[in-house]
Design a binder for this molecule. Structure first.
Ligand code: LMR
Length: 398
């Protein structure tokens, strides 16, 4: 009966988690999946989250269905964070936001919505991008193409090619953009480059879809949202998917949001209705626990402030690890340039290792990275950084 069902080779990122868990090497280091571990190698529970949990901790509380769009405070929390608390676009009620099952859920709801209401649209993603971007948009029935982005030779963005490519796209084509901490390269556009790119998006009447999963890990909460706010200022329609997995360290709770910026309040109302319908058709309504935590932390001034400083502490530790790894590698592999480690942003570094070198790191040293050479710098700490640097130096030697 299932003879024709094809074998699934597993996910190139999530599959590594399983391999890592099964690895018996006592020195193993997980630099694969985009997860922040602290200096002790432990997945942190943020203090602001602990306080929020204490406020809702009643194991016998009733569990009603949430509305299709999720909790109002969760939705408001997404909006304030993305657009700025006093943003005119929010006062004008031009943003339709639904709470979603993580950032992936937001992308799926957005992709299904676009595929239904803009059936001619193609979706373009950066080359390279997070693999699931392609899978999700294709899964919604859209054709997915790639736009030029990362220049291997220089380690920067192929900006001229990117602009030239966008100028060839058709009205209502979707361009999937990373406002900060590009996944997988860690290479971001400057604000001036965003200004220029968004001007082309406007002229060509493209649909920008910004996926922000690492807000706060780049520069700061506001600067990381620069592209989003600039697009709004320019009067562009806009889709934004956001995730709280990393910046609230709530990976397993699956909390995120999808916001659609519309030209008018009336359109936002209709879009909101269709987003709810889209949610209903996929999973009816989001789970409640993570949404409650988001609601409490995002809407309590004191907890919010504490949260921001906790995110910045994670950001700063990652930056310190970048510096340290760069200096150790420079001393061990003279003649090779490791500047990329400190110029790239967020959790990831594109190391330029070959798939064979990545494989050697895994099999010989128990060090896990994604085969495209993406390293999650947030998995480094003072106890494993020398081991990782030595191993990298070893595989780079041959
Ligand atoms: C990653 O890129 O590692 C994370 O976003 C986790 C995932 O789902 O792939």
């Amino acid at each position: 009966m299932f003879e024709r069902v094809e074998f699934y080779a597993g996910d190139p990122i999530l599959g590594l988690m399983v391999e890592f868990a099964n690895d018996t090497n006592p020195n193993k280091v997980n630099l694969g999946v985009g997860v922040y571990y602290d200096e002790d190698g432990v997945l942190p529970v943020l203090e602001c989250v602990k306080t929020a949990e204490q406020r809702i901790a009643d194991p016998f509380a009733a569990r009603p269905y949430l509305p299709m769009e999720g909790l109002p405070g969760h939705r408001k929390g997404c909006q304030n964070l993305l657009f700025g608390k006093d943003a005119p676009v929010l006062q004008q009620n031009r943003v339709a936001t639904v709470a979603t099952i993580g950032g992936s859920g937001a992308l799926k709801v957005g992709a299904d919505f676009i595929s239904k209401w803009f059936p001619q649209a193609k979706c373009y993603v950066s080359d390279p991008t997070w693999g699931n971007h392609i899978a999700i948009f294709e899964g919604s029935g859209m054709e997915v193409g790639k736009y030029p982005y990362y220049d291997k030779a220089t380690g920067s963005v192929k900006f001229d090619e990117l602009i030239a490519f966008f100028k060839t796209l058709n009205k209502n084509d979707v361009v999937l953009l990373h406002p900060c901490c590009h996944n997988p390269t860690g290479v971001d556009l400057t604000q001036a480059q965003w200004d220029e790119l968004l001007q082309v998006v406007k002229e060509r009447e493209l649909i920008p879809f910004m996926d922000i999963a690492y807000q706060g890990f780049g520069e700061d909460m506001d600067s990381d949202a620069y592209a989003i706010r600039k697009a709004v200022d320019m009067g562009l329609p806009l889709f934004v998917s956001n995730s709280f997995s990393k910046n609230l360290s709530l990976y397993g709770e699956r909390v995120g949001g999808l916001s659609v910026v519309c030209p008018t309040e009336e359109e936002a109302d209709r879009v909101f209705g269709q987003l709810k319908f889209t949610v209903r058709r996929i999973y009816s309504s989001p789970p409640s626990h993570g949404g409650r935590v988001v609601d409490i932390v995002m809407n309590d001034d004191e907890l919010h402030e504490q949260w921001v400083s906790e995110v910045y502490a994670m950001r700063d530790r990652i930056k310190a690890m970048r510096l340290k790894l760069k200096s150790v590698l420079e001393s061990k592999v003279p003649g090779r340039n490791f500047d990329y480690l400190t110029t790239q942003n967020g959790m990831f570094s594109f190391t330029g290792l070959t798939p064979e070198q990545v494989e050697r790191l895994k099999t010989e040293f128990g060090i896990y990275m994604v085969s495209n050479s993406r390293m999650c710098v947030a998995g480094l700490n003072s106890s494993n950084i020398d081991y990782v640097a030595n191993a990298m130096a070893e595989v780079l030697k041959d």
